[in-house]
Design a protein around this ligand. Structure first.
Ligand SMILES: [Zn+2]
Ligand SMILES: [Zn+2]
Length: 196
C-alpha cells in the first residue's frame, strides 16, 4: 500500500518540492514522484507494534523523493546522523528527530534481527554470496507464506533484492542458489601453503 496522493502532496509542500535525499527539486509531474517512508515500514512489519505502526504511517514520516534516490537509500536504516543530512527545514528535521526517538526501540529491535540474520549467513548475500554490510543488506522473508520471524529471515544484497521482487522470482533464485551450493564444494580456507 503506497502513501495516498494526498499525503504525498502534503509532503511535497512540506519540503517545498525539494528531494530530502539529494536536495534537488522534484518534478511537478506527480507520476514521477516516489513516496518514501523515512523510517521504513519494514520495522513494524518485523517488530509488530501498533504504536510504531501509526507513527511510521503518520504524515510526518512520509516524503516524496526522486525514484533513483529512493533506490539508492533502499535498506539503510535511519540514524540521528542521517536525519541531520536531510535536505529540509529545521522544523521538518525537528519533527523527524521526535519521530525517531519515539520509534527508536523498534528500530533497535529490527536492526538486531537483521544483524543476527546477516551474521548467520557469514555476512554474505543469501542468493549471490556477495559480501554484505548491515546497511547494504535488505531483510526479506525466505518463505512468503510464513510469518516474519527470525527463522524465516534472510539478508539479500540490493541487486538480488530488486531481482527477487516477486514471490515466484524469489523462489526460483533461492532454488538456484541452493543447487549451486550442493554442486560445488566450498573452497578450502587458504592456509598460506600451496595445496595439491
Ligand atoms: Zn533526489
Ligand atoms: Zn545478492
Amino acid at each position: 500500500m503506497k502513501a495516498s496522493i494526498g499525503k504525498q502532496r502534503a509532503a511535497f509542500a512540506r519540503t517545498k518540492g525539494i528531494c530530502i535525499i539529494c536536495g534537488r527539486p522534484l518534478s511537478n509531474d506527480e507520476s514521477k514522484w516516489s513516496p518514501d517512508h523515512f523510517i521504513p515500514r519494514a520495522i513494524y512489519k518485523w517488530v509488530p507494534s501498533k504504536r510504531t505502526q501509526s507513527l511510521i504511517e503518520s504524515a510526518g514520516n512520509i516524503f516524496v523523493v526522486h525514484q533513483w534516490c529512493n533506490f539508492d537509500k533502499d535498506s539503510a536504516l535511519p540514524t540521528k546522523q542521517s536525519i541531520s543530512r536531510m535536505h529540509a527545514s529545521k522544523d521538518v528535521l525537528d519533527d523527524m528527530r521526535e519521530l525517531y526517538k519515539a520509534t527508536e526501540d523498534s528500530i533497535v529491535a529490527y536492526r538486531a534481527i537483521k544483524q543476527s540474520t546477516l551474521d548467520s549467513q557469514g555476512r554474505r548475500c543469501k542468493i549471490c554470496g556477495r559480501r554484505l554490510t548491515l546497511n547494504g543488506a535488505t531483510l526479506r522473508r525466505i518463505d512468503n507464506r510464513k510469518e516474519r520471524t527470525r527463522e524465516n529471515a534472510m539478508c539479500l544484497c540490493r541487486n538480488c533484492n530488486r531481482k527477487a521482487a516477486s514471490t515466484s522470482q524469489k523462489e526460483r533464485m533461492l532454488g538456484n542458489a541452493s543447487k549451486r551450493k550442493r554442486n560445488h564444494r566450498p573452497h578450502k580456507r587458504q592456509t598460506g601453503r600451496p595445496t595439491r
